[in-house]
Ligand binder design. Structure first.
Ligand SMILES: Cc1ncc(COP(=O)(O)O)c(C=O)c1O
Length: 392
């Protein structure tokens, strides 16, 4: 394991415990090339920047993906100018819309009637015609989802029942052009068959509006939402089942292009959060290991109230003249360095042995990890960021 090599090779500095995000860029490149090569020709693979906007990650993905999906002016500035960009955000500021139009993004998502009016107006001011994707909040529940963004009342998209009205309104405008529909609806779906059904349903909906309003559309964007099985990594989302389902849709496509905007599934496995155990103790008959770091660096397990997958990298040397705290063959809760009981990354999981000075590796920390965390809380130093390339 390349991360274990990194830990072994890292020069120990007394008083400065290991705490790092380690991104395996070689692994990321290989993974995304594999994803891309499995897709049929009518699919375009975009990266949802929100999952991890680290410049080295974006730089690694840029030559492989067909484009980036951005959700803010900040993300727009981070992406590589030469790449195709889709811009979508629920509460767009005027400045962001202007920047997206000026940057010549491939399309902007329309999330409401007000959004449509503003894009039309700002495009008119610039003498531009802006391609838009109408983001739909489906009436039907979507299956197997961790976070529901559609099929239930949410702040996202246009209610499916109002889609005909918004299409009619857009058709009367001179400075927007309906390029297609956007259906991002879920998060962390682990069921490939359900995802194929979801894509097929989106396609049918888009085609029904296309036919009814004689739209000259090209794009059906089904968003992201493919999941990582944090609880049982052996039973992962079946990518080949998913892509074989997509290949079977060839005859349904009628010249349309399917856009996938994957975040988590692209980058999660390429990142690990690596931290050293500072103390091990028992409290009310329960073992606790306290690490350098915590939820201010990796908030995902606290946000989802789950134990993050972890492994122990034992460190044999112990140079201190006093006793080394540790525990053996029991359940342990791994907590961070913050003054809150919510700062827990692993809740009551069995370990063979864990001692102060050992290193804990939290894999699957390449997406929605550092970026969604509250870094400033308690003013601890940030982790290091390490990038492993192929030849290391
Ligand atoms: C519009 C949109 N597209 C794509 C994504 C990426 O989703 P995921 O990381 O689950 O693939 C998100 C995530 O929230 C999103 O809001």
């Amino acid at each position: 394991m390349r991360i274990d090599q990194y830990i072994e090779n890292k020069k120990r500095v007394h008083g400065r415990p290991i705490c790092a995000y380690v991104y395996d860029l070689g692994r990321l490149r290989k993974h995304v090339n594999t994803l891309k090569s499995g897709l049929p020709a009518f699919c375009r693979l975009f990266y949802a920047v929100k999952a991890n906007p680290d410049p080295r990650i974006l730089g690694t993905l840029a030559p492989i993906v067909d484009g980036f999906e951005v959700a803010s002016g900040g993300e727009l500035h981070k992406v590589h100018q030469e790449k195709t960009v889709l811009f979508g955000a629920p509460a767009k500021k005027q400045e962001e819309i202007e920047e997206a139009i000026d940057a010549g993004v491939e399309a902007i998502n329309v999330e409401s009637f007000h959004d449509l009016n503003r894009i039309e107006w700002l495009s008119k001011e610039r003498g531009a015609v802006t391609p838009v994707l109408i983001r739909v909040n489906l009436s039907r529940d979507v299956p197997e989802s961790h976070h529901m963004m559609s099929g239930v009342p949410t702040q996202f998209g246009v209610d499916e029942r109002e889609v005909p009205q918004i299409i009619q309104k857009a058709l009367q405008m001179d400075h927007v052009r309906v390029e297609g529909f956007h259906f991002h609806a879920m998060s962390n779906n682990l069921n490939a068959e359900a995802h194929v059904q979801f894509v097929s349903m989106c396609l049918e909906k888009a085609k029904s509006w296309q036919n009814r309003f004689e739209l000259d559309i090209h794009t059906v964007d089904v968003g992201g939402g493919i999941g990582i099985n944090y609880w049982n990594p052996e039973e992962a989302f079946d990518w080949s089942l998913f892509t074989s389902g997509l290949h079977k849709m060839e005859s349904q496509m009628d010249g349309l292009t399917l856009v996938l905007e994957l975040g988590r599934y692209m980058t999660a496995a390429a990142g690990s959060y690596v931290t050293e155990v500072i103390d091990v103790k028992a409290n009310h008959d329960h073992h606790f290991a306290l690490i350098r770091g915590g939820s201010h660096h990796l908030r995902l397990p606290a946000a989802w109230k789950m134990s993050h997958p972890f492994r122990v990298h034992p460190i044999e040397e112990w140079e201190a003249p006093y006793e080394r705290p540790g525990m053996k063959g029991a359940e342990v809760t791994i907590a961070g360095e913050l003054c809150t009981p919510n700062d827990v990354l692993v809740k009551s999981e069995y370990v063979e042995e864990l001692r102060a000075g050992d290193v804990v590796i939290f894999d699957y920390a390449g997406a929605y990890a550092w970026t969604i965390s509250h870094h400033e809380f308690l003013s601890h130093p940030e982790p290091e960021f390490i990038y492993l390339e192929e030849k290391q």
